[in-house]
Design a protein around this ligand. Structure first.
Ligand code: SAH
Length: 237
């Protein structure tokens, strides 16, 4: 089979996001409405003309690269977490991040366009993207064409929220003392409600302490039955 090699494409923007590690990022944008990010248009693509009239739209499509996965390659069959991690499905029948060309797409909410020193950037919310993700294209979300009453296959419904998230006294004390961390509390709840542990751990108690970096903080938690306890939040060393 011959392959067509197309011309090279350029990242027009980079994402500045609170998600510094892949672990615990919600699996789709709508699952984390509190996740706020800045899309920094890059030199050559950052003229304010590029975003004229964009604010008429409430939502945007982002076309990006799963840049942290490009080295690992891809396989035709993958195990989607939605199917418990034990059934194989064709890569093109999933939103797996390991795919040919490593391209992803997310519909996100447009919060505001920022013009600073004649350079444009865009604040969005509800993202599922790592800090530093390269964006290849941005398009307005157009409801008359993009909202379809469609069949969602094995992902018809959003994943059930299964975790109650509670904060320890020391985590709450830390939040009260650090206003920037307190702003992240809704996001911490949305992330952990999804139970980011591997699919086979659903509904199990594993006596392990998990941790992930979020913005400038480390968030630690444990899981007992269907309760997630945020044990500790700390400033990064
Ligand atoms: N909405 C997109 C992405 C879904 S997968 C789509 O359907 O194409 C979302 C997951 O991608 C996140 O949970 C995170 O683990 C992973 N991810 C986000 N940004 C990434 C990046 N730059 N490189 C590799 N993986 C990334």
């Amino acid at each position: 089979m011959s392959k067509t090699i197309t011309h090279q494409i350029d990242a027009i923007a980079l994402v500045k996001s609170p998600f510094k590690q892949k672990f615990a990022i919600p699996r789709q944008p709508c699952l984390a409405p509190a996740a706020i990010a800045i899309i920094e248009l890059q030199p050559g693509y950052d003229h304010p003309d590029m975003v004229r009239d964009l604010e008429q739209f409430s939502h945007l499509w982002l076309i990006f690269q799963f840049h942290q996965n490009t080295a690992q390659g891809w396989t035709p069959l993958i195990r989607p977490p939605r199917l418990g991690g034990n059934k194989k499905t064709g890569v093109l029948a999933t939103r797996s991040t390991f795919r040919p060309n490593s391209l992803g797409m997310s519909a996100v909410k447009l919060e505001r366009v920022i013009i600073n020193n004649n350079r444009a950037s865009i604040e969005v919310s509800g993202i599922d993207l790592l800090d530093g993700t390269p964006i290849f294209d941005i398009k307005p979300y157009i409801p008359y064409s993009d909202v379809i009453d469609a069949d969602g296959g094995f992902a018809q419904e959003p994943p059930a929220i299964q975790m109650q998230v509670i904060f320890s006294a020391s985590a709450n004390d830390f939040l009260q003392l650090h206003p920037t961390a307190l702003q992240l509390k809704p996001l911490i709840e949305q992330m952990l409600q999804q139970d980011p542990r591997p699919a086979y751990k659903r509904n199990t108690t594993d006596h392990k302490e998990y941790a992930v970096q979020l913005a400038d903080f480390d968030v630690h938690w444990t899981v007992t039955d269907n309760i997630t306890l945020v044990t500790k939040i700390s400033t990064l060393n």
